[in-house]
Design a protein around this ligand. Sequence first.
Ligand code: SF4
Ligand code: SF4
Length: 430
Amino acid sequence: MKELKNLTEELSKCVKCGTCRSICPTFRIIGRESASARGKLTLIDAYLKGGIGLTEDYYKHIKECAMCGACRDSCPSGVDTTGIINAARADAVKKQGLGLATDFIFKNVLDSSKLMPFAVKCAAKLQGLFFKDSINENGLISRFSLPVVGSNRLLPPLANKFFLDMPEVKALRAFKPSTFSKGSQPVKVAFYAGCGVNYLMPNVGIKSLEAVKKTGAEALVPDEQVCCGMPAYYMGDVDTAKRLALKNIEAFEKYDCDYIATACATCTHGLKNVFKELLSGESPEVRARVDAFCSKVKDITELLAGILKYKGDGGAKFADGQKRIVTYHDPCHLNRNQGIRDEPRELIQTNKSVVFKQMKFPCSCCGLGGGLSVTNYEVSSAIVKRKADSVKESGAQIVATACPGCIVQIKDGLHRYGVDAKVVHVVELL
Ligand code: SF4
Ligand code: SF4
């Protein structure tokens, strides 16, 4: 990954045209130049030239970004805006840290396949003290205003049983390299759960495995997998993200699989693309291992629709036997960072109980990414309003998407803005 000081040439490509302002979700809400990519690049340029220091204001502005990538995709000069903003965050975190609590969690808890589940299990036991069940939706509402969480925010409950601990998953957990059957057939898929699926939405993992198996492919779940590191990466803690990337590569390379699949758009982008960037400075031997790993990574929608040619069996039926209008939200990490748009829509339409309806702005950012929902919940929840409005206007009863993070954010947005629709992962409709 390039250091900020080595990005001056990239910065100089910006001709200040302002195209990036017109599509930026944070600029749309905040309305201040520094909220747009152009404003941030101007600040970063001044910082690099010594015109401004690493002040609280500077850091606040570079954090005001959902890392959606819309500015990068629309920039006529091809400036790697998100790469520069992320490098600026990494530079700031290297110099001043993320704060004691976050530093401790990122450096000591995230990369442990034992400590992390233990910490989340403790949190699951304590969640009733701070949260109560929401009356209308499947979720938790804070009992009082909490730091970071705020008040009246709908959050998903931690699962009673984590995905990796479920009996049907334990049977597929691979502890030895010989676990896959020999020969080139069937297609062998190693499943990466990620924190969202493991701790919050185990059913998404189960449905993914079931769908893979319906195509005749073989699936297993490698042991010793840890967090993908993307929360740390997008918050600027590059060292932690690198450590986690290497641990995951070590965990998966023991298995002679054809594909590594995830049901989280952020994890897929991390495993497929960011690992390469993070570990680009390593030795040729390590880089060859990284390339071999990354080339196998597929989003579950890409794998099922594009590679395994999933046809299904008519899909999940609804309790009353009636059809449902379903719309689809494009996660930025799937749509912009991987170009995957058709596959999730194709899968949704394999369900015979579904009437698919496109919403307005299906690829507008939900506002969760880049740590924004943690560092600036007010702006993040204002961004998701456009999504809630689009869902309402579409008349959809269900919003399907392909990222646990987007599911959490859109559920909260629909709750906050009073829109009556369910939010599910695409695989839950199969
Ligand atoms: S669109 Fe590109 S060139 Fe134009 S202001 Fe934004 S970053 Fe600069
Ligand atoms: S990545 Fe998205 S939120 Fe961040 S500056 Fe670019 S358009 Fe705005």
